[in-house]
Design a protein around this ligand. Structure first.
Ligand code: UDP
Length: 238
């Protein structure tokens, strides 16, 4: 195994990052490139599980704007994460990486239900476990699901994949004076309201002492570099 700084990690991919330049849905080229990044570290022996969002397809909050009840919308959002999970599973398996999708809402025809011990076993066997349907509860987000599953799986870090190489004081694409933070504490993230992940997920990661690494997953082999402690990223810890 390579000398990874964190040997068992949870990767959080937002639904929106799967859209690429499209306005909606899943961009197959982006999914393929993410799968390639993940395969680089799996073949080097890293244990990895994934939580994927659903914002590229549906968010529960949309429902309230359309007169639908919030919980129905949230279940639709959770189903969107199942679609994204299947897309990532397919892309990984096409390049020879073994995977399992486990859903917090049982959908037995297409994936396993979430079973903690089984998920841990899959990871030990080198399979990538993709957790679908968030926490399985309305009013939550997939960020919270990421912190929850990372805690349950005893992951050493949460990797928050973004389109930029870390956390900035402002949007670096719009403001050239934006300053990059190399490290932040959980409390700074909450106090500065930096909106990297939602507040409940930051608090849960803090309680369980799991560092959050914010990095880009769009540059070639960057995920591997970051996990080796190289390259550019922001670390959030105590
Ligand atoms: N969702 C939920 N409970 C969860 C996780 C997700 O109800 O535990 C719903 C919620 O409506 C959310 C949608 O699924 O808006 C998609 O997830 P999220 O917004 O976290 O996706 P991302 O922003 O990462 O693409």
């Amino acid at each position: 195994m390579k000398k990874f700084k964190w040997k068992k990690v949870l990767l959080k991919i937002s639904g929106e990052s799967l859209m690429g330049d499209n306005a909606f849905g899943i961009n197959p080229d982006i999914v393929k490139s993410f799968a390639k990044e993940i395969s680089e570290v799996v073949t080097d022996g890293l244990q990895i599980c994934i939580v994927v969002g659903g914002g590229n397809i549906y968010r529960g909050i949309f429902s309230t704007q359309n007169g639908m009840d919030r919980t129905t919308g949230d279940y639709m959002g959770m189903l969107a994460t199942v679609m994204n999970s299947l897309a990532i599973q397919n892309a990984l398996e096409q390049i020879g990486i073994e995977t399992r999708v486990q859903s917090a809402l049982p959908i037995s025809a297409i994936c396993e239900p979430y079973i903690k011990r089984r998920a841990i076993r899959h990871m030990e066997k080198g399979r990538v476990v993709i957790f679908a349907a968030g926490t399985g509860n309305p009013y939550f987000t997939t960020d919270t699901a990421a912190a929850l599953r990372a805690s349950e799986m005893n992951c050493e870090a949460i990797i928050k994949a973004t389109l930029v190489d870390g956390v900035y004081s402002a949007d670096p694409k719009k403001d050239k004076n934006a300053k990059k933070f190399n490290q932040l504490t959980y409390l700074e993230v909450l106090a500065k309201d930096l909106k990297i992940m939602d507040a409940s997920s930051i608090s849960l990661a803090r309680e369980n002492k799991i560092p959050i690494i914010v990095c880009s997953i769009v540059e070639n082999k960057n995920l591997a570099k970051v996990l080796l402690g190289e390259g550019s990223y922001t670390i959030i810890s105590d």
